[in-house]
Design a protein around this ligand. Structure first.
Ligand SMILES: Cc1cc2nc3c(=O)[nH]c(=O)nc-3n(C[C@H](O)[C@H](O)[C@H](O)COP(=O)(O)OP(=O)(O)OC[C@H]3O[C@@H](n4cnc5c(N)ncnc54)[C@H](O)[C@@H]3O)c2cc1C
Ligand code: SF4
Ligand code: SF4
Length: 498
């Protein structure tokens, strides 16, 4: 009975090193690791030892035969990844083998490498993987700052509450909060409570892991109308973010009973799924005030608007499959534009648009459907052109094959991606919304480093930040070796002056 990896995989690769027979791919050393949505178990060589399931921080690996319901497709999805490849053959006569590579030590510190005093700003995944690497592989003392009174970044205030297994990774990060070499300073905003220069004076090195907290704007008329919200507001609201009011998302008064979400990424799908969910399926994972409003929600239909066609939809296969398997709501594709159906029908197996083969196609009316069941509509080739209304949104104007049309709606959410925010004292690239850096070293500021979304832009799941943190910590250690080892007496803030 081989194991299989499922939708919740966040690609942190913990299972890769745990697997005794090297049957989980792509590994971090393989070229497609940087672009894959998830990792896969090769069922031909898996020896069913369960080591991967033990180390997985989000409970994404299971014995294949136990997978049912929404996860039933995953044994085949894992096997499909290896189609056309040769299984790595075990040595003759042995059921166990391991393709041992050369011995590698990722962190080698000289014996006289000193105890560094490092500040990490931001307690989301990127900050926590950095903390973990520093605490496990160096003798550094670390001070972890976050502007919020609760640690966790987007694991706490971004990942959807109904993805409880993914949120569990927060528990493995939280283990380090009590580490004897870590000081936790919550509720301290760097840039206002304490400046970048002050922080640089207090510590040998500072690593910024401040994320990309701003929602991109649509750039169309009517954006400031009431009833138009950013994804960050809606996501923060259903996660109980301390700065977002429980009344921020008026689902209980939406009129007409349709919400429009602009975007087709995983965040857009999260929002659509939660807004369209049968209230009976929502549970205590949501804050009581939010749950009360969701249970009183008037939303019956959520339309997801995509600028381009189904071949370019930004959702991952796992997130879409999870939505399609829901039994409390229908998912349909709007066929206003004949190109949509043609693209889906012509897609070869494995192509992105083929994921929608078999999904019903309907022509969605300008006013929401009055059916019994809630539904999510995917509408492609429908760029938003304007939000319409006097003081509140009453409709959204979208482009289409016959010219613009209007969809009546009482709530529009834009979920078209995030953007980094400048932090006073650090350089900022307006075009990419990131802090200019080389392998994590901030340009022009020795001793200052970045990691996560503020370093590489807002893309990639939780696990992506692990490798990213390893790169930044490697740069920091390298700088320490260059400027400190052998230097006597030790100079505090040496990296800054290097
Ligand atoms: C809505 C949403 C849902 C997601 N769901 C998933 C999922 O299910 N699975 C998955 O694998 N990935 C998911 N992701 C992606 C994942 O959350 C990101 O890869 C990850 O959070 C990026 O980490 P980060 O540490 O760079 O940023 P963040 O997680 O945003 O952390 C930044 C931290 O810095 C703090 N901070 C910011 N400015 C300052 C300051 N000036 N001073 C002090 N502290 C500051 C913030 O309070 C925050 O705690 C999701 C992303 C979003 C937006
Ligand atoms: S069950 Fe064992 S052999 Fe199979 S993928 Fe997991 S760790 Fe590897
Ligand atoms: S989340 Fe990490 S440990 Fe779990 S299956 Fe994915 S890569 Fe492996």
């Amino acid at each position: 009975m081989p194991y299989a990896i499922t939708q919740l995989c966040c690609t942190d690769a913990s299972c890769v090193t745990a697997c005794p027979v090297n049957c989980i791919h792509p590994t971090p050393d393989e070229p497609d690791f940087g672009t894959t949505d998830m990792l896969y178990v090769d069922p031909r060589t898996c020896i069913d030892c369960g080591a991967c399931a033990e180390v997985c921080p989000v409970d994404a690996v299971f014995p294949a035969e136990t997978l049912t319901g929404a996860l039933a497709d995953y044994p085949a999805i894992n096997a499909e990844h290896f189609a056309g490849t040769e299984p790595a053959a075990p040595p003759e006569g042995s059921p166990l083998f391991h393709a041992w590579g050369p011995v590698r030590f990722d962190r080698v510190l000289p014996a006289d490498f000193p105890t560094l005093d490092v500040a990490v700003v931001g307690s989301g995944p990127a900050g926590m993987y950095t903390v973990q690497d520093l605490l496990l592989h160096t003798t550094a003392k670390v001070t972890l700052y976050d502007r919020l009174p609760v640690a966790g970044g987007l694991v706490r205030f971004g990942v959807a509450p109904d993805h409880a297994d993914t949120k569990r990774i927060g528990e493995s990060f939280a283990r380090y909060h009590d580490h004897h070499r870590l000081r936790l300073r919550l509720g301290v905003e760097v840039g206002s409570g304490v400046t970048v220069d002050e922080l640089a004076r207090r510590h040998d090195a500072v690593v910024y892991a401040v994320g990309a907290p701003t929602a991109r704007t649509l750039g169309v008329p009517g954006e400031d109308l009431a009833g138009h919200l950013a994804s960050t507001t809606v996501v923060g609201w259903y996660n109980g973010h301390p700065e977002i009011d429980a009344d921020a998302v008026p689902v209980d008064t939406v009129d007409p009973a349709r919400a429009v979400v602009v975007g087709t990424g995983n965040v857009a799908l999260d929002i659509a799924r939660i807004l369209a969910a049968d209230p009976a399926r929502l549970d205590g994972a949501f804050a009581p005030a939010v749950l009360q409003r969701l249970r009183a929600s008037r939303v019956r239909e959520v339309v997801l608007l995509a600028r381009r066609g189904p071949e370019h939809a930004a959702y991952t296969r796992g997130e879409l499959l999870a939505l399609l398997r829901r039994d409390d709501l229908d998912v349909v594709v709007d066929d206003h534009d004949p190109r949509v159906g043609e693209t889906i029908d012509a897609a070869a197996p494995g192509e992105h648009a083929a994921l929608l083969q078999g999904v019903p196609r309907v022509r969605v009316d300008d006013v929401p459907a009055a059916g019994e069941r809630r539904r999510v509509v995917l509408r492609f080739h429908a760029p938003p052109e304007a939000l319409v209304g006097e003081d509140r949104v009453t409709a959204i104007r979208v482009g289409g094959p016959d010219g613009p049309g209007e969809l009546a709606t009482g709530l529009v959410v834009r979920a078209i991606g995030h953007r980094g925010r400048p932090l006073a004292g650090l350089p900022f690239d307006e075009e990419t919304g990131t802090v200019p850096n080389h392998a994590g070293r901030v340009d022009g500021r020795p001793g200052t480093y970045v990691v996560g979304w503020i370093k590489r832009g807002p893309g990639g799941g939780i696990g992506t930040n692990r490798r990213d943190a390893a790169e930044t910590v490697a740069a920091l250690i390298e700088d320490g070796k260059q400027h400190l080892v052998g230097a006597k007496p030790r100079r505090r803030g040496f990296l800054r002056r290097a």
